[in-house]
Write a protein that binds this ligand. Structure first.
Ligand code: ADP
Ligand code: MG
Length: 376
Protein backbone atom coordinates (compact mmCIF):
# COMPACT_ATOMS: atom_id res chain seq x y z
CA UNK A 1 0.00 0.00 0.00
CA UNK A 2 2.98 2.20 -0.50
CA UNK A 3 1.12 4.46 -2.89
CA UNK A 4 -0.92 6.11 -0.20
CA UNK A 5 1.80 6.71 2.37
CA UNK A 6 3.93 9.19 0.48
CA UNK A 7 1.42 11.68 -0.98
CA UNK A 8 1.42 15.44 -0.56
CA UNK A 9 -1.46 16.18 1.81
CA UNK A 10 -4.11 18.83 1.23
CA UNK A 11 -4.65 18.98 4.95
CA UNK A 12 -2.79 17.99 8.12
CA UNK A 13 -4.68 17.65 11.38
CA UNK A 14 -3.42 16.90 14.87
CA UNK A 15 -5.63 15.22 17.39
CA UNK A 16 -4.46 14.96 20.99
CA UNK A 17 -4.76 12.37 23.72
CA UNK A 18 -5.92 13.48 27.12
CA UNK A 19 -5.38 13.12 30.82
CA UNK A 20 -8.19 13.32 33.31
CA UNK A 21 -7.03 15.12 36.42
CA UNK A 22 -9.85 13.59 38.44
CA UNK A 23 -13.36 12.19 37.93
CA UNK A 24 -12.96 8.61 36.74
CA UNK A 25 -15.96 6.65 35.41
CA UNK A 26 -18.20 9.58 36.31
CA UNK A 27 -18.90 10.57 32.71
CA UNK A 28 -21.25 7.71 31.87
CA UNK A 29 -22.90 8.30 35.26
CA UNK A 30 -23.65 11.81 33.98
CA UNK A 31 -21.44 13.45 36.62
CA UNK A 32 -18.39 15.71 36.48
CA UNK A 33 -14.93 15.25 34.97
CA UNK A 34 -11.81 17.43 34.79
CA UNK A 35 -9.78 16.47 31.71
CA UNK A 36 -7.41 18.26 29.36
CA UNK A 37 -5.70 17.40 26.11
CA UNK A 38 -1.94 16.74 26.17
CA UNK A 39 0.80 17.35 23.63
CA UNK A 40 1.00 13.69 22.61
CA UNK A 41 -1.19 13.29 19.57
CA UNK A 42 -2.10 11.52 16.34
CA UNK A 43 -1.24 13.41 13.13
CA UNK A 44 -3.53 12.86 10.12
CA UNK A 45 -2.52 13.66 6.55
CA UNK A 46 -5.46 13.83 4.18
CA UNK A 47 -6.27 14.47 0.55
CA UNK A 48 -9.28 13.96 -1.71
CA UNK A 49 -8.45 11.22 -4.22
CA UNK A 50 -11.04 12.08 -6.89
CA UNK A 51 -13.00 8.86 -6.55
CA UNK A 52 -16.62 8.78 -5.41
CA UNK A 53 -16.43 5.99 -2.86
CA UNK A 54 -12.94 4.65 -2.47
CA UNK A 55 -10.93 5.53 0.61
CA UNK A 56 -7.42 4.42 1.54
CA UNK A 57 -6.24 4.59 5.12
CA UNK A 58 -2.84 3.74 6.48
CA UNK A 59 -1.56 3.71 10.06
CA UNK A 60 2.15 4.46 9.99
CA UNK A 61 2.22 3.48 13.65
CA UNK A 62 1.02 -0.04 12.89
CA UNK A 63 2.48 -0.20 9.38
CA UNK A 64 -0.77 -1.42 7.97
CA UNK A 65 -3.62 -0.03 5.95
CA UNK A 66 -6.91 -0.84 4.30
CA UNK A 67 -9.21 0.31 1.53
CA UNK A 68 -12.91 0.82 1.99
CA UNK A 69 -15.96 1.63 -0.07
CA UNK A 70 -18.13 4.39 1.40
CA UNK A 71 -21.25 2.61 0.13
CA UNK A 72 -20.39 -0.64 1.90
CA UNK A 73 -19.40 0.25 5.43
CA UNK A 74 -19.68 -2.51 7.98
CA UNK A 75 -17.75 -3.70 11.02
CA UNK A 76 -14.32 -5.22 10.51
CA UNK A 77 -12.55 -8.10 12.24
CA UNK A 78 -9.57 -5.79 12.73
CA UNK A 79 -9.91 -3.64 15.83
CA UNK A 80 -8.38 -0.35 14.72
CA UNK A 81 -10.31 -0.32 11.45
CA UNK A 82 -13.54 -0.17 13.47
CA UNK A 83 -12.69 3.26 14.90
CA UNK A 84 -12.44 4.56 11.32
CA UNK A 85 -15.45 2.65 9.99
CA UNK A 86 -17.58 3.66 12.98
CA UNK A 87 -16.82 7.34 12.43
CA UNK A 88 -17.59 7.12 8.70
CA UNK A 89 -20.81 5.30 9.46
CA UNK A 90 -21.91 7.99 11.92
CA UNK A 91 -20.92 10.85 9.60
CA UNK A 92 -22.97 9.25 6.80
CA UNK A 93 -26.09 9.62 8.98
CA UNK A 94 -25.55 13.40 9.08
CA UNK A 95 -24.26 14.19 5.58
CA UNK A 96 -23.41 12.55 2.26
CA UNK A 97 -20.58 15.04 1.74
CA UNK A 98 -17.69 12.61 2.25
CA UNK A 99 -16.18 11.33 -1.03
CA UNK A 100 -13.08 9.29 -1.76
CA UNK A 101 -10.01 10.25 0.26
CA UNK A 102 -6.54 9.07 1.27
CA UNK A 103 -5.37 9.33 4.84
CA UNK A 104 -2.26 8.40 6.76
CA UNK A 105 -1.95 8.62 10.50
CA UNK A 106 1.06 8.67 12.74
CA UNK A 107 1.11 8.83 16.50
CA UNK A 108 3.34 9.65 19.43
CA UNK A 109 0.54 8.78 21.80
CA UNK A 110 0.93 5.44 23.58
CA UNK A 111 -2.10 3.26 22.83
CA UNK A 112 -4.06 1.46 25.54
CA UNK A 113 -2.34 3.58 28.22
CA UNK A 114 -5.35 5.46 29.52
CA UNK A 115 -4.53 8.53 27.41
CA UNK A 116 -7.36 7.94 24.97
CA UNK A 117 -5.66 7.30 21.70
CA UNK A 118 -9.04 5.90 20.65
CA UNK A 119 -10.81 9.27 20.97
CA UNK A 120 -7.85 10.99 19.31
CA UNK A 121 -8.28 8.60 16.38
CA UNK A 122 -12.04 9.06 16.07
CA UNK A 123 -12.10 12.81 16.58
CA UNK A 124 -9.08 13.50 14.38
CA UNK A 125 -10.72 11.69 11.48
CA UNK A 126 -14.08 13.42 11.99
CA UNK A 127 -12.38 16.81 12.28
CA UNK A 128 -10.17 16.19 9.23
CA UNK A 129 -13.05 15.06 7.01
CA UNK A 130 -15.13 18.00 8.14
CA UNK A 131 -12.35 20.36 7.02
CA UNK A 132 -11.48 18.47 3.83
CA UNK A 133 -15.05 18.25 2.51
CA UNK A 134 -16.57 21.30 4.21
CA UNK A 135 -19.20 19.15 5.91
CA UNK A 136 -20.41 21.91 8.25
CA UNK A 137 -20.32 19.71 11.36
CA UNK A 138 -20.03 21.48 14.71
CA UNK A 139 -17.42 20.47 17.25
CA UNK A 140 -20.16 18.92 19.38
CA UNK A 141 -21.33 16.90 16.35
CA UNK A 142 -17.79 15.50 16.10
CA UNK A 143 -17.62 14.74 19.81
CA UNK A 144 -20.96 12.94 19.84
CA UNK A 145 -20.58 11.00 16.62
CA UNK A 146 -17.15 9.79 17.73
CA UNK A 147 -18.55 8.57 21.03
CA UNK A 148 -21.37 6.69 19.25
CA UNK A 149 -18.86 5.20 16.81
CA UNK A 150 -16.99 3.70 19.76
CA UNK A 151 -20.23 2.25 21.15
CA UNK A 152 -21.48 0.74 17.93
CA UNK A 153 -18.38 -0.32 16.02
CA UNK A 154 -15.84 -0.95 18.78
CA UNK A 155 -18.24 -2.06 21.51
CA UNK A 156 -16.98 0.07 24.41
CA UNK A 157 -19.88 1.86 26.10
CA UNK A 158 -17.73 4.91 26.85
CA UNK A 159 -18.99 8.20 28.25
CA UNK A 160 -18.40 11.48 26.49
CA UNK A 161 -15.28 12.71 28.30
CA UNK A 162 -12.54 11.41 26.02
CA UNK A 163 -13.96 12.80 22.81
CA UNK A 164 -14.93 16.05 24.49
CA UNK A 165 -11.43 16.57 25.87
CA UNK A 166 -9.76 15.70 22.57
CA UNK A 167 -11.80 18.25 20.61
CA UNK A 168 -12.60 21.03 23.10
CA UNK A 169 -9.47 21.46 25.24
CA UNK A 170 -7.70 24.78 25.69
CA UNK A 171 -4.01 25.26 26.45
CA UNK A 172 -3.22 25.88 30.12
CA UNK A 173 -6.66 24.77 31.30
CA UNK A 174 -8.58 21.72 32.44
CA UNK A 175 -12.23 21.44 31.48
CA UNK A 176 -14.84 21.13 34.21
CA UNK A 177 -17.47 19.27 32.22
CA UNK A 178 -20.93 18.47 33.47
CA UNK A 179 -21.66 15.27 31.56
CA UNK A 180 -25.40 15.65 32.12
CA UNK A 181 -26.00 19.14 30.78
CA UNK A 182 -22.77 19.25 28.73
CA UNK A 183 -22.13 22.69 30.19
CA UNK A 184 -18.45 23.31 30.73
CA UNK A 185 -15.98 25.75 32.16
CA UNK A 186 -12.30 26.16 31.39
CA UNK A 187 -10.42 26.15 34.69
CA UNK A 188 -6.90 27.63 34.53
CA UNK A 189 -4.34 25.22 35.91
CA UNK A 190 -1.13 26.77 37.19
CA UNK A 191 0.51 24.36 39.58
CA UNK A 192 4.06 25.68 39.41
CA UNK A 193 6.52 24.64 40.85
CA UNK A 194 4.77 21.29 40.50
CA UNK A 195 4.49 19.40 37.22
CA UNK A 196 2.27 16.64 35.89
CA UNK A 197 4.39 13.53 35.42
CA UNK A 198 2.91 10.39 33.88
CA UNK A 199 4.35 7.00 34.70
CA UNK A 200 3.33 4.46 32.08
CA UNK A 201 2.96 1.03 33.69
CA UNK A 202 3.12 -0.40 30.15
CA UNK A 203 0.47 -2.89 31.15
CA UNK A 204 -2.96 -2.84 29.67
CA UNK A 205 -4.90 -5.75 31.13
CA UNK A 206 -7.35 -7.14 28.66
CA UNK A 207 -10.24 -6.71 31.02
CA UNK A 208 -10.62 -3.05 30.18
CA UNK A 209 -13.46 -3.12 27.65
CA UNK A 210 -15.56 -5.92 29.18
CA UNK A 211 -15.10 -4.70 32.77
CA UNK A 212 -15.93 -1.18 31.64
CA UNK A 213 -19.29 -2.35 30.37
CA UNK A 214 -19.84 -4.38 33.57
CA UNK A 215 -19.18 -1.29 35.73
CA UNK A 216 -21.75 0.60 33.71
CA UNK A 217 -24.33 -2.14 34.36
CA UNK A 218 -23.53 -2.25 38.07
CA UNK A 219 -24.10 1.49 38.38
CA UNK A 220 -27.40 1.13 36.53
CA UNK A 221 -28.41 -1.64 38.94
CA UNK A 222 -27.75 0.78 41.81
CA UNK A 223 -29.80 3.51 40.12
CA UNK A 224 -32.71 1.10 39.54
CA UNK A 225 -32.81 0.19 43.24
CA UNK A 226 -32.58 3.79 44.47
CA UNK A 227 -35.20 4.87 41.96
CA UNK A 228 -37.86 2.75 43.62
CA UNK A 229 -37.96 5.30 46.47
CA UNK A 230 -36.58 8.30 44.55
CA UNK A 231 -38.29 8.28 41.14
CA UNK A 232 -36.87 11.74 40.42
CA UNK A 233 -33.29 10.46 39.95
CA UNK A 234 -32.05 9.38 36.55
CA UNK A 235 -28.36 8.66 37.27
CA UNK A 236 -25.89 8.43 40.16
CA UNK A 237 -25.18 12.08 39.51
CA UNK A 238 -28.46 12.88 41.26
CA UNK A 239 -27.67 10.77 44.35
CA UNK A 240 -25.90 11.81 47.58
CA UNK A 241 -24.24 9.48 50.10
CA UNK A 242 -27.09 10.19 52.53
CA UNK A 243 -29.58 9.06 49.91
CA UNK A 244 -27.56 5.93 49.17
CA UNK A 245 -27.05 4.68 52.75
CA UNK A 246 -30.60 3.38 53.41
CA UNK A 247 -30.27 1.07 50.38
CA UNK A 248 -27.13 -0.69 51.64
CA UNK A 249 -29.01 -3.83 52.68
CA UNK A 250 -30.90 -4.01 49.38
CA UNK A 251 -27.77 -3.90 47.23
CA UNK A 252 -24.96 -6.37 46.84
CA UNK A 253 -21.76 -5.11 48.48
CA UNK A 254 -20.29 -4.71 45.00
CA UNK A 255 -23.08 -2.49 43.71
CA UNK A 256 -23.01 -0.44 46.91
CA UNK A 257 -19.26 0.08 46.56
CA UNK A 258 -19.56 1.12 42.91
CA UNK A 259 -22.27 3.66 43.77
CA UNK A 260 -20.31 5.06 46.75
CA UNK A 261 -17.25 5.56 44.59
CA UNK A 262 -19.10 7.46 41.88
CA UNK A 263 -20.89 9.71 44.36
CA UNK A 264 -17.64 10.51 46.20
CA UNK A 265 -15.71 10.94 42.96
CA UNK A 266 -18.18 13.54 41.73
CA UNK A 267 -17.66 15.45 44.98
CA UNK A 268 -13.89 15.18 44.51
CA UNK A 269 -14.07 16.76 41.05
CA UNK A 270 -15.83 19.80 42.46
CA UNK A 271 -13.42 19.95 45.42
CA UNK A 272 -10.45 19.71 43.04
CA UNK A 273 -11.82 22.57 40.94
CA UNK A 274 -12.03 24.79 44.03
CA UNK A 275 -8.57 23.70 45.19
CA UNK A 276 -7.07 24.65 41.80
CA UNK A 277 -8.86 27.99 41.72
CA UNK A 278 -7.43 28.93 45.11
CA UNK A 279 -3.96 27.36 44.72
CA UNK A 280 -4.51 24.79 47.46
CA UNK A 281 -2.12 22.30 45.90
CA UNK A 282 -1.63 20.09 48.94
CA UNK A 283 -5.39 19.50 48.98
CA UNK A 284 -5.30 18.78 45.24
CA UNK A 285 -2.68 16.08 45.88
CA UNK A 286 -4.67 14.56 48.74
CA UNK A 287 -7.71 14.33 46.47
CA UNK A 288 -5.67 12.34 43.95
CA UNK A 289 -4.64 9.82 46.61
CA UNK A 290 -8.20 9.55 47.88
CA UNK A 291 -9.45 9.01 44.34
CA UNK A 292 -6.95 6.22 43.76
CA UNK A 293 -8.07 4.51 46.97
CA UNK A 294 -11.61 4.44 45.58
CA UNK A 295 -10.48 3.34 42.12
CA UNK A 296 -8.61 0.44 43.67
CA UNK A 297 -10.83 -0.67 46.56
CA UNK A 298 -14.39 0.37 45.69
CA UNK A 299 -14.56 0.52 41.91
CA UNK A 300 -11.88 -2.17 41.48
CA UNK A 301 -10.48 -0.95 38.18
CA UNK A 302 -6.84 -0.71 39.25
CA UNK A 303 -4.17 -3.42 39.05
CA UNK A 304 -1.04 -4.36 41.06
CA UNK A 305 1.22 -2.29 38.78
CA UNK A 306 -0.76 0.96 39.18
CA UNK A 307 -1.24 0.38 42.92
CA UNK A 308 2.49 -0.18 43.30
CA UNK A 309 3.40 3.11 41.62
CA UNK A 310 0.83 5.13 43.54
CA UNK A 311 2.02 3.61 46.84
CA UNK A 312 5.63 4.18 45.90
CA UNK A 313 5.01 7.87 45.29
CA UNK A 314 3.78 8.27 48.88
CA UNK A 315 7.38 7.89 50.09
CA UNK A 316 8.37 11.19 48.42
CA UNK A 317 7.78 14.63 49.95
CA UNK A 318 8.20 16.06 46.48
CA UNK A 319 5.08 14.24 45.27
CA UNK A 320 1.80 15.88 46.26
CA UNK A 321 -0.46 13.13 45.01
CA UNK A 322 -0.92 10.38 42.44
CA UNK A 323 -3.55 8.16 40.93
CA UNK A 324 -4.19 5.91 37.97
CA UNK A 325 -5.70 7.97 35.14
CA UNK A 326 -8.07 6.63 32.48
CA UNK A 327 -10.50 3.74 32.36
CA UNK A 328 -8.28 1.38 34.35
CA UNK A 329 -6.42 -1.92 34.62
CA UNK A 330 -3.08 -0.30 33.88
CA UNK A 331 -2.09 2.54 31.65
CA UNK A 332 -0.55 5.58 33.31
CA UNK A 333 -0.42 6.98 36.79
CA UNK A 334 -0.63 10.75 37.04
CA UNK A 335 1.69 12.36 39.61
CA UNK A 336 2.00 15.94 40.83
CA UNK A 337 5.74 16.28 41.39
CA UNK A 338 7.85 19.25 42.49
CA UNK A 339 10.15 20.23 39.62
CA UNK A 340 13.19 19.93 41.89
CA UNK A 341 12.34 16.32 42.71
CA UNK A 342 11.36 14.89 39.32
CA UNK A 343 14.67 13.22 38.47
CA UNK A 344 15.10 11.61 41.86
CA UNK A 345 11.51 10.35 41.94
CA UNK A 346 11.49 9.03 38.38
CA UNK A 347 14.86 7.29 38.79
CA UNK A 348 13.80 5.60 42.01
CA UNK A 349 10.36 4.63 40.66
CA UNK A 350 11.94 3.16 37.52
CA UNK A 351 14.31 1.03 39.56
CA UNK A 352 11.68 -0.16 42.03
CA UNK A 353 9.18 -0.93 39.25
CA UNK A 354 11.76 -2.93 37.32
CA UNK A 355 12.58 -4.93 40.46
CA UNK A 356 8.93 -5.61 41.19
CA UNK A 357 7.56 -6.31 37.69
CA UNK A 358 10.58 -6.61 35.35
CA UNK A 359 9.13 -3.84 33.18
CA UNK A 360 10.94 -0.68 32.03
CA UNK A 361 8.87 2.23 33.23
CA UNK A 362 8.25 5.09 30.85
CA UNK A 363 8.01 8.55 32.45
CA UNK A 364 7.08 11.82 30.78
CA UNK A 365 5.77 15.24 31.60
CA UNK A 366 2.49 16.43 30.11
CA UNK A 367 1.12 19.96 29.83
CA UNK A 368 -2.51 20.97 29.42
CA UNK A 369 -2.83 21.62 25.68
CA UNK A 370 -5.30 22.65 22.99
CA UNK A 371 -7.79 20.37 21.23
CA UNK A 372 -7.93 18.92 17.71
CA UNK A 373 -6.74 21.44 15.13
CA UNK A 374 -5.43 22.00 11.61
CA UNK A 375 -1.64 22.13 11.36
CA UNK A 376 -0.72 25.24 9.41
P1 ADP B 1 -6.69 4.21 24.81
O1 ADP B 1 -7.84 4.96 24.24
O2 ADP B 1 -6.56 4.38 26.29
O3 ADP B 1 -5.40 4.49 24.14
P2 ADP B 1 -8.16 2.02 23.75
O4 ADP B 1 -8.05 0.55 23.90
O5 ADP B 1 -9.46 2.67 24.04
O6 ADP B 1 -6.98 2.67 24.61
O7 ADP B 1 -7.79 2.42 22.25
C1 ADP B 1 -6.61 1.97 21.65
C2 ADP B 1 -6.91 1.47 20.25
O8 ADP B 1 -7.09 2.61 19.35
C3 ADP B 1 -5.77 0.69 19.65
O9 ADP B 1 -5.81 -0.67 20.07
C4 ADP B 1 -6.07 0.84 18.16
O10 ADP B 1 -7.10 -0.02 17.75
C5 ADP B 1 -6.59 2.28 18.06
N1 ADP B 1 -5.46 3.19 17.74
C6 ADP B 1 -4.94 4.15 18.54
N2 ADP B 1 -3.90 4.79 17.94
C7 ADP B 1 -3.77 4.22 16.72
C8 ADP B 1 -2.86 4.42 15.62
N3 ADP B 1 -1.89 5.34 15.67
N4 ADP B 1 -3.02 3.64 14.52
C9 ADP B 1 -4.00 2.71 14.48
N5 ADP B 1 -4.86 2.47 15.48
C10 ADP B 1 -4.76 3.21 16.59
MG1 MG C 1 -9.96 4.56 24.64
Amino acid sequence: MEFITGFTPELTVKSPGRINLIGEHTDYNLGYVLPTAIENQITFKLRKNGSVNKCNLYSLTYNTGFTLDLNKISRSEIEWENYILGVLNEISKLTDGVKGFDCTLESNLPTGSGLSSSAALECGLAFGLNELFGLGLSKMDMVKLSQIAEHTYVGTQCGIMDQFASVMSKEGHVILLDCKSLEYDYVPIDIRPYRIILLNTKVSHNLASSEYNTRKQECQEGVDIIKQKHPEISSLRDVTLDMLMPFKAEMSQTVFNRCSFIIEENERVLAMTEALKSDRLKEAGDLLYEAHGGISKLYEVSCPESDFLVDFSKGYDTVLGARQTGGGFGGCTLNLVHEAGIDEFVTAATKAYKNAFAIDLEAFEVRPSGGTSVVV
